[in-house]
Design a protein around this ligand. Structure first.
Ligand code: GLY
Length: 576
């Protein structure tokens, strides 16, 4: 299809109209003013599961018109940037893990970078005290956005023209869409912050409170998306959009420069791949800790018969808490951007090392975190969002993307209509000082110009019999790897349906603080058993919003696809 456009040498604007005529793709297939939320959908040809019904349905419409899973994931992400402004984004960053029908495992890193003028102690006052408000809110909190570069990089694997994948988002932004009750609550809750951290009033602020069914129109965002549609990456990283970003930085004391934007590039990385009980798990490498943490946690339980302990038995939960504790201690010490620091990945993932890590595990007794130091390795709101996609050709794509906190820095680029991230807070602003997720870090994750901040995002693909089987991921800050870990163990070891694996209550331990966070509906009996073993338990409301796609194969033929969306939000599963 791409070749036809090149041969016809059509300008991209006309190309989109031409495309719509011959392929019939219009966003009108998705009614933005009237839609329902599905938690499970079944099909045989394709599926999308994401945080918003309109975004999932945009992705599905791309699949129905012959696009592949990469095309659908790009269109879904652009749509999320409009309909789910709290986390869907073009002003943030993310990671993609995919497995193609040619048997190739792919990971693309489009994590934000520290601006060129950033410095190690930029969030410390003259006495060395952390200034967390600056790393978490407003202009100075933003890293150089990576999302548009990442979508462009993943388009190399797509089939349809890039412009056609942006178009549905333009229409949603320009004409508006009905917001959900959850979005209304969330926008109302952030109104004061939007007023405080913006130099020009954004579309998210209105005199009267938002309510479910109100129409959110984002004309400036539509114009930015149109520049991206017509000029590709340059429509974001150069020209008018870049100029507006830098003007915004000047008005609000931020650091992102024209050069920072022009020099940003996404990077294709070698994915983390490991075996768990005969399944192949494909995960994201540094600068996300997600893939390595998953490998550490799964390998530390692999030789124990967790299935016979029983789902949510105190024994099984305790074992999982203790492997989470040990993996996160290593995260704090060793993990960071491998373009800048040597991360001892080989050692941290070796079977011998992981066995040794469990030497001091005592069943029935909490190991205090001040005893569990990071292992010895030679020097070498939590608003994020996830989407899972599968197509009829056998490609699967798993993407987690974020602004970091809900609505990121709360700063909207004046005249360009998109929110900037507050991802600088994912660096360790000072050794031992917890970030907004309570996570601590050291030298490996210190700020440096052009460096990417450590992430927890864990887009994951699992193969069974060499065929894609599960496409999984979730938001949730540092709880992301533990949620994906528990979802996979629920399916593989406890033989749960995808729906149960996603919706069953989760728990989380991240070494420091030394406490187990549990969801509201976590069983009270298990909680009191854990307290008797010496664990401090805190309530965390809800953990994650996991999206799972499960594929069944009959030999080499794709037999069925199940798409499941988390009960915890507006998440929506689509399939056909
Ligand atoms: N901002 C959340 C993460 O990247 O882990």
């Amino acid at each position: 299809m791409k070749i036809i456009y090149r041969l016809l040498n059509l300008s991209s604007r006309w190309m989109v109209l031409f495309f719509m005529l011959i392929a019939g793709i219009t966003a009108a297939q998705v009614n933005p003013y009237q839609y329902t939320i599905n938690k499970v959908a079944n099909g045989t040809k394709g599926a999308v599961s994401s945080a918003h019904p309109l975004a999932s349905e945009v992705g599905l419409s791309i699949l129905k018109k012959g696009g592949n899973a990469f095309d659908a994931s790009i269109a879904t992400q652009f749509a999320l940037a409009v309909v789910y402004p709290g986390a869907g984004n073009i002003g943030g960053g993310g990671f993609l893990v995919a497995y193609t029908n040619m048997g190739k495992a792919i990971s693309i890193d489009y994590r934000e970078k520290a601006p060129g003028s950033a410095s190690r102690d930029m969030y410390l006052d003259k006495d060395g005290n952390p200034l967390l408000n600056l790393s978490q809110n407003g202009h100075l909190a933003s890293g150089v956005p990576g999302t548009v570069a990442g979508l462009y990089a993943s388009h190399k694997y797509g089939k349809l023209p890039f412009a056609a994948l942006v178009q549905p988002a333009i229409e949603l932004a320009y004409k508006g869409f009905s917001i959900t009750a959850a979005e209304a609550r969330s926008l109302n809750g952030s109104k004061a912050a939007f007023i405080k951290y913006n130099t020009m009033t954004p579309a998210f602020v209105k005199a009267n409170p938002w309510k479910a069914g109100d129409t959110l129109v984002q004309k400036d965002l539509a114009a930015t998306l149109t520049r991206i549609r017509d000029n590709g990456m340059k429509g974001f990283y150069e020209g008018e959009t870049a100029r507006l970003v830098v003007e915004e930085m000047k008005r609000g004391g931020g650091k992102i420069s024209l050069d920072d934007l022009k020099n940003y590039s996404a990077a294709e990385r070698v994915p983390i791949i490991f075996d768990y009980k005969g399944h192949t798990v494909i995960g994201m490498p540094m600068p996300s800790s997600g893939g390595l943490l998953m490998q550490q946690m799964m390998k530390m339980i692999e030789d124990r018969d967790i299935a016979s302990m029983g789902f949510h038995s105190p024994e099984a939960v305790q074992l999982m808490i203790e492997v989470e504790r040990r993996a996160y201690a290593d995260r704090a010490e060793y993990m960071g951007d491998q373009d800048f620091v040597k991360v001892p990945v080989k050692r941290l993932s070796s079977e011998g090392y992981l066995k040794e890590r469990m030497n001091d595990f005592v069943p029935g007794k909490a190991t205090p975190s001040d005893v569990v130091k990071p292992g010895r390795a030679n020097p070498e709101s939590d608003e994020t969002t996830h989407l899972s996609v599968a197509d009829q050709y056998g490609n699967v794509v798993s993407v987690t993307t974020t602004l970091n906190g809900g609505y990121g820095s709360k700063t909207v680029v004046g005249g360009a209509g998109f929110l900037l991230n507050n991802e600088m807070d994912d660096f360790s602003v000072k050794p031992g000082v917890p970030n907004m997720f309570g996570a601590v870090g050291k030298e490996a994750n210190a700020i440096a110009p052009g460096k990417r901040m450590l992430s927890s995002m864990t887009p994951t693909v699992v193969l069974k019999n060499k065929k894609p089987w599960l496409v999984v991921g979730t938001p949730g800050g540092t709880t992301i790897p533990t949620s994906v870990f528990q979802t996979l163990v629920n399916i593989i070891d406890f033989k749960q349906t995808s729906t149960d694996a996603v919706n069953n209550p989760k728990f989380h331990h991240q070494w420091l603080p030394d406490q187990v966070m549990v969801e509201n509906d976590f069983p009270k009996t298990v909680q009191s058993s854990l307290e008797k073993m010496g664990y401090a338990i805190t309530n965390r409301g809800q953990i994650g919003r996991t999206e799972v796609i499960k594929l069944e194969w009959k030999g080499k033929k794709l037999f069925s696809i199940e798409s499941v969306a988390d009960k915890r939000g507006d998440d929506h599963a689509s399939a056909y």
